[in-house]
Write a protein that binds this ligand. Structure first.
Ligand SMILES: [Zn+2]
Length: 281
């Protein structure tokens, strides 16, 4: 590779870069410190046993994130909706994590002291991602109008229609989260309502979902709700949220995983080339 000619050392350009350490075979991004995420999941109505794997692998494939899974396997509806994920039994349950993904489904966990314990690290600034049934959990006093959990998620929602395709339209195309993402139509999926008519003042909508369903009167109607947004909780904590994610088809869809991964990186303020893996850009 190295040749002497007329007394000069000729080094091919690539070799020179190598000698300088610039063209190191190990990409810069592999030296990035991984983000530590805790995925809290489990409960009834959904295939969380499968979805925990789709999410943790999908996110780790796309970004430098290490996902630790706290899975509650109780799937029975009557027990599951009131069962607290065991990870919350410790007061310092979120210690050591950079972000928490709330993907639990427990509408009947209503104890305000427990909910305060779950919210405490977020009150202090720990970023969060809230997915699908996470939005319908923790229906404590004040529900359906306002609860501590709604204040955290940023968008009161109390129910959903039948499973039908949803047309997703990104309303804010300038957001770093939605950059490069294209509108899409889901398979059969649940469209969560916006029961207060709109997100809270602390929230910022990113995408809407339209779904045509057959009403009780036999006529078709089209519902149109915010389905992706961000929230600034307690004036400082970044929360990324989407009500999408009922079926394994949606959760395993690359477009969904791109969206959730970018939302997570935004929440920890690390949505950049160093933290995204090349294939996901
Ligand atoms: Zn669902």
């Amino acid at each position: 590779m190295l040749r002497w000619r007329h007394g000069l050392l000729i080094v091919p350009a690539v070799g020179l870069l190598f000698l300088l350490g610039v063209g190191d075979a190990v990409p810069r991004q592999e030296k990035v410190k991984p983000i530590r995420a805790l995925l809290v999941t489990g409960g009834p109505y959904h295939d969380y046993a499968k979805q925990k794997d789709l999410l943790s692998k999908g996110i780790a494939d796309r970004a430098h994130v290490e996902v630790t899974v706290a899975f509650d396997p109780i799937h029975d509806i009557r027990q599951g909706v009131k069962h607290l994920n065991p990870v919350y039994e410790k007061a310092d349950w979120a210690k050591g994590f950079d972000v928490v993904i709330h993907d639990e489904c427990c509408s009947e966990v209503k104890d305000e002291a427990i909910i305060a314990r779950i919210l405490e690290p977020h009150r202090q600034g720990l970023p969060a991602v809230v997915l699908h049934c996470g939005m319908h959990s923790y229906r404590s006093a004040g529900w359906p109008r306002m609860t501590p959990w709604f204040e955290f998620t940023g968008l009161p929602s109390t129910g959903h229609g039948p499973q039908r395709p949803i047309d997703i339209t990104f309303a804010d195309k300038d957001s770093p989260i939605t950059k490069g993402l294209a509108d899409w139509r889901t398979g059969n999926e649940e469209l969560y309502n916006n029961s207060a008519g709109k997100p809270l003042d602390t929230a910022h909508p990113l995408a809407r979902g339209k779904q045509t369903v057959r009403g009780r009167d036999g006529k078709d109607r089209t519902d149109d709700f915010v389905v992706v947004w961000t929230n600034l909780y307690k004036g400082k904590t970044r929360v990324f949220a989407t009500t999408l994610g009922h079926t394994n088809d949606t959760v395993g869809d690359g477009r969904y995983l791109d969206l959730v991964t970018r939302g997570l990186l935004w929440a920890v303020d690390k949505l950049d080339d160093a933290h995204l893996k090349t294939a996901a850009k």
